[in-house]
Design a binder for this molecule. Structure first.
Ligand code: AFP
Length: 323
């Protein structure tokens, strides 16, 4: 990718997209989102950490930063001229921008995932899922791109348009320059990120975690989906899970805004993303705020989680049948 004698690290985001033959309107859209992140960074660094006095559809109190980040992204997408529909985790309904779908894209986004971590100075991120045309209620396998921006000690951007996963870092001029291309995840890892409450795990998940611990796998969990997934991508190994819990069969994370885009990126990097029973990307959302359980990361670890869950469910149904 880099010209002879020119370090690939001087390749900025727009050039990388163009040299990867990404369609012009999609190049423009991804670069507009990257531009918006510069204003979101500023709001994180200097913004009001208080509450906005409103709550989202989930009844979760919206922080001023949630609302601010949402407004920044909405304005950019609205004025981009290439968006047909958009949907924010912070909003109740799909926001129509243009009735003309031809050559346009629809975007589902979580403007500031993990925002409650900002006031304890932990890393947070923006998650983006992009479909071609007007329809957002599609299987995640139909995404044409997914990306996230991670606001941590460094601000980094990771994207895929279906030809590998590539990481960029923001420099002192607030430009995103290429750090690495074609990130790959090994089949088995040595770290795990267990979300939710362990005492509410179902027997299959509990048995899977005990096996990880017996194998000496290390626990690494920040409480932020973006940094926790970024860790697995950049270390090239590991598994994150926010499983189905007793009385919460769907877990916590949202399919459209969080799971589908991250599953797209992780599968592009050679990993896997499952509900515990099958691929996340095969799910077709019935409504925009659908949740799903998730096991995502190193392929063999995800397959092992599915096996523990399947075997335990078989045992339980046999026990029930035997009365
Ligand atoms: P918020 O966006 O409400 O802070 O939640 C963040 C999140 O959706 C995701 O980023 C984390 O992986 C998950 O919640 C952590 O949930 P627990 O705090 O229940 O472990």
């Amino acid at each position: 990718m880099a010209e002879p004698g020119k370090s690939k690290f001087q390749i900025d985001l727009r050039r990388h997209l163009r040299e990867s033959d990404v369609e012009d309107n999609l190049v423009h859209l991804i670069c507009e989102i990257a531009e918006a992140s510069k204003y979101i960074i500023n709001s994180i660094r200097t913004g009001d950490l208080g509450v906005a006095g409103t709550s989202n559809l989930y009844g979760e109190q919206q922080l001023a930063l949630d609302v601010l980040a949402d407004r920044i992204l909405r304005k950019r997408l609205d004025h981009s001229r290439v968006v047909a529909n958009m949907m924010s985790e912070e909003e109740d309904e799909i926001i129509p921008i243009s009735p003309d779908c031809e050559g346009k894209y629809s975007v589902a986004y979580d403007p500031l995932d993990g925002s409650s971590l900002v006031d304890v100075n932990l890393a947070v991120g923006t998650i983006i899922s992009i479909f071609s045309g007007c329809d957002l209620l599609q299987s995640g396998r139909n995404q044409v791109a997914a990306m996230y921006i991670l606001y941590g000690p460094r601000t980094t951007l990771v994207y895929s348009t279906g030809n590998g996963v590539h990481e960029f870092s923001m420099n002192h001029l607030m430009e995103y320059n290429l750090v690495q291309e074609n990130i790959q995840i090994c089949p088995q890892g040595s770290l795990y990120s267990p979300g939710g409450q362990r005492n509410l795990y179902t027997p299959g998940t509990e048995a899977f975690v005990q096996q990880l611990e017996q194998r000496g796998v290390k626990l690494r969990y920040s409480g932020g989906f973006v940094p926790d997934i970024n860790q697995i991508l950049l270390k090239g190994q590991g598994i994150f899970f926010y499983p189905h819990l007793q009385q919460k069969p769907k877990g916590k994370l949202r399919l459209l805004f969080e799971l589908s885009p991250m599953a797209y990126l992780v599968e592009q990097a050679g990993g896997a993303a499952s509900t515990g029973h099958g691929p996340i990307l095969d799910l077709v959302p019935e409504h925009i705020h659908e949740r799903a359980p998730v096991f995502i990361g190193s392929k063999a670890d995800v397959a092992l989680a599915e096996k523990f869950i399947r075997d335990m469910e078989t045992k339980q149904s046999q026990k029930a049948a035997a009365g």
